[in-house]
Each structure stands twice: as C-alpha cells, then as structure tokens.
Ligand binder design. Structure first.
Ligand code: 0RA
Length: 651
C-alpha cells in the first residue's frame, strides 16, 4: 500500500480506503470471482459485459461487442450512453475513475437504472480492474472521447480528453494479471455459449464475439453474432432442437407481477427427462429456489385442474403427482429481482419468498389460456402425463427391488467391484473402466489402498432414450449406484442424492482413446448429468487421460498424449545415439498397456492428468447431451467431427 500512497503525498482518507478495497481483491481473488482458473478468467468478461447489459436493459444500448485480442486481452464495447465522466462532487474526481476503482460503485450513479444483471458475484468492473495488469477505458459522450488507463487497478493519469466523437458508448480493454490467473488463454466456445445465452435472455440486443487470434478460410477473424427477436421462446426451441416435439408450439408469457418482471416459455418433447432452466437476473440458478417452486406449482395446479375438468383423468386409478407433469418438459424461466438473496452450496438458489406467487400466477395465466385455445394439444399433454404416472409406478417398484436387495444383501457391493481398503471417501477413488479386460489390467495396476476399480460392460444404457424404470432396472446402472453408495432418488425428493453416503470423492471415467471409448464416456457422462448431477456440481467427476503413443528406442521408452509430443520425442530420441531406430506404438485401447504402464501413465496421482468435469453452462450442456445421445444422427456426426481435434489432451 505504502508505495501507492507515496507518489504524490496529497491523498485523502478516501483514497486509502479505495486502495485497500482493490488490494483485498488481489489478496483473495477467489472470494470475488470464484477462482483463479478457467472459470474465474472467463468470469472477468461476464462481469464487464453485465455492465453493458444493464445499460441495454435500461433502454440505452442495443449492441455489445466482445473481442478476444491476440494477446488474450479482452475488449468489451457498447453503444450506450457512456459512463459519466464529470467530476464526482463527493469524491472530487471523475465519476469514471470512481466506477473503475471503487468496489461496488458501478450502478450507484443512476437511480433510474434498475440494475438487475450483474454476474454471479456481482462485484463490478473495479474488481476486473484490480485483477488486470493493464486496463484501458474509453468513453464517448457529450461529443468527446475520454480515456483512462490503469495498472492493477491504479490510474496512470487523470481522465483525459483525447478526441471528438458524435457517438456515445463505453469500451473496456483489460489484460488479466498473469501473476494471479493460472489459466491465461480464453476459450472461444465458452464465451460464445454465454453470449448466446445472454442474447436469448435479453431479446433485441445484438451481441458479437470476435476472435482476433484466429482467422477462417477466407482470412477473416472468427466472428459470431447473436440476436434473438423472440427471446425465451427461441431459447426453448434451441435447447430442444435435437429432440422430437410432442406439441408444435412453444407456450410463452411475458409480464410483470407485483413489480417482478417474469418471462416463461415451455414446450413438451417425446423424451422422458425434465429440463427447466431457471434464471434470476440472467444468472442460471442450478439449485432452483422460490421462482422454480412458483413455476412448478403453477404448472401442476393448471394441468391438474384442466385434466380433472376435462374428464380425461376419470378412468385412471393411479395418483398423478408433480413429477408426472414435467416428463418431457423443456422450459426456460427468467425473473428479474431487485435484491436477490442467493443461497445454497453454490449460491445459485433463489431465496426471495415474494417471487413464488408472481411466477406461479404467470404460469397459470399462460398455460390455462393455451390449453383452452388448443384442445388437441391439451389432450396430447394430458395423455403424456398419464403415461408418465404409470411409468413412475413401475419405476417405484423397480427401485424398491433394488433397495430391498441392497438391504437384504448386507454390504451388497457389486461382484465386479474391486474395492479399495481405505474407507475415508475424501481420499478414495473409483475408476469406471471400459470393458472387463482393461478392468483386469487396472485392478493389477492400481494402488489398492485408495483406488477401487469397477469394469463396465461395453455400452451402458442410453438414458436419453429410455424410460426411468428401464434405467433403474438396468444391471450396470444399479451397480453404479451401489458401488458409489448413494441412494436412488426417493419419491418425495426425486432429485436429491445422499452425498454424505458417497464412498469416493473421485469418480474417474477411464475409456479407450478412440471413437468407441469416447462414445462410452459420453454415455456415462450423460447418465451422471441426468441422474447424479450433484456429483459433477461438487467436482467429484473426472476423466482419465491415457496416452496415445509410446515412443521407444532400445530399452528407453516414453509416452505421448498428442501428435506434437510424439514428434518431439521421436526427434529427441533420434538425436541421442545412433544405431537403434526409434519405434512409435499407437495405443488403440487401454487393453494394449500392461498393468505397470497403465499405472505409470494414467493412474499414478503423481504423474497422471485428470480432466475434471464441470457444468460450465447448463442450457448448453443439456442441448449437447440431447444431441449426442438422441435420435438425430447428422448433428451428432457434425459435432464429433468438429470437436475431434479438440478431443486431444492439453498437457
Ligand atoms: C450510470 C449512468 C450512466 C451510464 C452508465 C452508468 C453506464 C455504465 C456502463 C458500463 C458499461 N457500459 C456502460 N454504459 C453506461 C449515464 C447517465 C446519463 O448519461 O444520464
């Protein structure tokens, strides 16, 4: 701190506070942006874009451009009013400087602006400034162009006028501080997915993403433009675009109830999964909360009432419950809440009680109107609900069978599981291995103290295409549940997993590095995503990365995980001593390695690389899984071909 204060000597008490504020961010960046890895790095962009989104929601901006520059710095620009630059009376310096250097100062200047966006952590642009080795802001307003630059959040000069312009807007360019961030390279697809999502959630705004690091075949920078005219309706269609529709319409509502803006959109498809994406202030609330409860309540009440009054249910003896109304449902819910209370493990559960009723009323209004006007579709939906109820009863029986077997069978661990001897879940790992033969090698190669091995037969069931009771009757899937020690969801709380019983805190998928292997990997991941999402959300799921090549010369041998590594190894081995030639072996599967090789390259914690599975963007994940595992083959082939080159491991 002292070095900053001594430059001029004429600072006020306010300045000291400011510096402490930004230093706190640099000391504990994770507290402000989540982490200093991949997520945190991308979060910086979202934080800056959110400010522009706020300006757009206030009605003053309709275009936001993000550029990934060649040096992995980021430029975010908008055509809003421009951040005010006049001298802030209390602070005695430009308002722009205050916004850029005071924590949480962002929205305070404009009382009319209903500030509702603001990333998960909502810390503002000053936080990004603190975590950037260089940042430059340019503001066009009142006919002039203003600018100021900063290093790790410290202004390098007073706000100055550098030109004239008839336009208005704000542009921020920042370079994340390399001494803070462990990951320094931006991922285009990750930013693209967020910008696509923002375009759907905020219709009418054009969001453009440009990558100055890469050119396409025509020599132009890779560019994506996102714009949605119909907002959530279009979002719902996008999420469901690889599924077969049950009804042709997307049901849509937009309005304000008790001062809370509510936007809902829903449709039904022929699958068996429920997929509701719920947003608060543009943040995906994975853990749900009061708004989601409102949605469910509204849906259940409306459909129940309609089904009863229509007489469609009269022949049914089985009880219909909330879950039955949501099988095959895809919905997007978006509310804007002025002072959101976020709760839950990952702070993505809305706590504000006043939100439930407005959402439930909106859903009631939207859906009852639709059902009245579309009797044919209404009948199709109610029939689907009845089928779901029947299947649920069958599933309940199947589940009880599994549960009973587990209880009666004592410990009841699957016969194929080679368990580890340690018992503390925090230090234990389970490998799900493709095939019995690789499973055998892994059993020999492992450290039996903390590594358990469970071979999985060829292809496990595709959960995207099977009904729940079929899934729960499936032998491999039952084995996965019992090996992990978790209970299959109960009737009351069908989604909650009893994580406290989880026997391993690393669940590692180990498949061949070929097309079949990656298909099996996706099948397992799809199952975990649909039925054990908490495992992924808690960071317990990993993918093992076996090597692709062994490079040999005489008695010397090394491994390579990609073609570049292989070529380098071949070159360096060629150089060392003549005579014996260098041989390259391409591993086609795990089975081609012996136990020792498998341990050395893929299982030894000291040497292996595990890729942690995370849910970066829930709506995008859903769309990708439904595409990869659904009926529609062409998009799957295109996706796999497009991503094939990225399937290699970064080391
Ligand atoms: C407060 C007041 C005014 C503009 C903004 C905030 C503003 C902030 C950001 C951040 C990124 N882009 C932005 N654009 C605008 C202007 C108030 C006025 O002109 O009357």
């Amino acid at each position: 701190m002292s070095e900053d204060l001594n430059q001029k000597g004429d600072y006020s008490a306010d300045n000291i506070q400011v510096l402490e504020g930004l230093e706190a961010v640099r000391k504990r960046p994770a507290m402000y942006i989540g982490d200093v890895g991949f997520k945190g790095l991308h979060h910086l962009v979202y934080e800056v874009v959110d400010n522009s989104i706020d300006e757009a929601l206030a009605g003053h901006c309709d275009k936001i451009t993000v550029i990934i520059n060649e040096d992995n710095s980021i430029s975010v620009s908008d055509n809003g009013r421009g951040i005010p630059t006049a001298i802030h009376t209390k602070e005695k310096r430009s308002a722009l400087e205050v916004v850029m250097t005071v924590l949480h100062a962002g929205g305070k200047f404009d009382k009319d602006t209903y500030k509702v966006s603001g990333g998960l952590h909502g810390v503002g642009v000053s936080c990004v400034n603190a975590l950037s080795s260089d940042l430059k802001v340019t503001v066009k307003r009142e006919g002039k162009v203003f600018e100021q630059e900063y290093k790790i959040g410290k202004p390098q000069y007073d706000v100055r006028v550098v030109g004239e312009s008839s336009e208005t807007g704000t542009e921020v360019t920042f370079l994340p501080d390399a001494s803070i961030f462990e990951v320094k390279v931006y991922n285009f697809d990750t930013l693209a997915a967020r910008m696509r999502e923002l375009a759907f959630l905020n219709k009418g705004i054009t969001l453009i993403l440009i990558d100055h690091r890469n050119k396409d075949e025509k020599g132009e920078y890779i560019t994506e433009t996102y714009f949605s005219k119909r907002g959530l309706s279009e979002f719902t269609e996008y999420i469901d675009r690889n599924r077969e529709s049950l009804i042709n319409d997307v049901i849509y509502f937009e309005g304000e109830r008790d001062g809370i803006p509510v936007e809902v959109s829903m449709t039904y498809n022929k699958s068996y999964s429920e997929n509701i994406q719920a947003y608060v202030n543009n943040i995906n609330t994975h853990e749900g909360g009061t708004h989601l409860s409102g949605f469910r309540r509204g849906l259940t009440n409306t459909l129940k009432k309609y089904a009863n009054e229509s007489g469609l249910l009269s022949k049914e003896k089985i009880e219909i419950d909330g879950d039955d109304f949501r099988e095959g449902l895809t919905a997007v819910l978006s509310v804007k809440v002025a002072e959101p209370q976020f709760e839950g493990q990952t702070k993505t559960k809305l706590g504000n009680r006043e939100v439930t009723a407005p959402v439930s009323q909106s859903v009631y209004e939207m859906l009852s109107a639709y059902l009245e006007e579309h009797p044919n579709e209404a009948k199709i939906i109610v029939e689907k609900v009845i089928l779901a109820a029947r299947a649920r009863h069958a599933a309940k029986k199947a589940r009880e069978m599994v549960q009973r077997k587990n209880v009666l069978g004592g410990v009841g661990l699957p016969g194929k599981l080679a368990d580890c001897s340690d018992k503390d879940p925090a230090s234990c790992e389970i490998y799900f291995v493709e095939g019995d033969s690789a499973g055998g090698t892994a059993k020999q190669g492992r450290d039996r103290h903390f590594q358990a091995i469970m071979p999985l037969r060829g292809k496990i069931l595709n959960v995207e295409k099977a009904m729940q009771h079929k899934i729960l009757e499936n032998e491999e899937i039952k084995n996965i549940y019992t090996a992990l020690g978790v209970r299959i969801g109960t009737e009351e709380d069908s989604k909650a997993l009893n994580l406290e019983k989880l026997r391993y805190h690393k669940v590692i998928i180990m498949c061949d590095a070929d097309v079949d292997g990656s298909h099996i990997e996706t099948l397992i991941l799809t199952f975990l995503f649909r039925y054990m999402k908490e495992l992924i959300e808690n960071g317990y799921v990993y993918i093992a990365t076996p090597p692709l090549y062994q490079v040999k010369k005489g008695a010397k041998s090394e491994y390579a995980w990609n073609d570049d590594q292989r070529d380098l190894l071949v070159e360096s081995m060629k150089g060392s001593g003549a005579a014996t030639s260098v041989g390259v072996q391409r591993y086609k599967g795990l089975g081609e390695m012996n136990a020792e090789q498998l341990w050395e390259t893929t299982m030894n914690p000291e040497k292996r690389t595990l890729r942690q599975v995370t849910i970066d963007n829930a709506a995008e994940c859903d769309q990708i899984f439904s595409m990869l595992m659904g009926d529609d083959v062409p998009p799957r082939r295109a996706f796999i071909e497009r991503n094939a080159k990225y399937a290699k491991i970064d080391t």
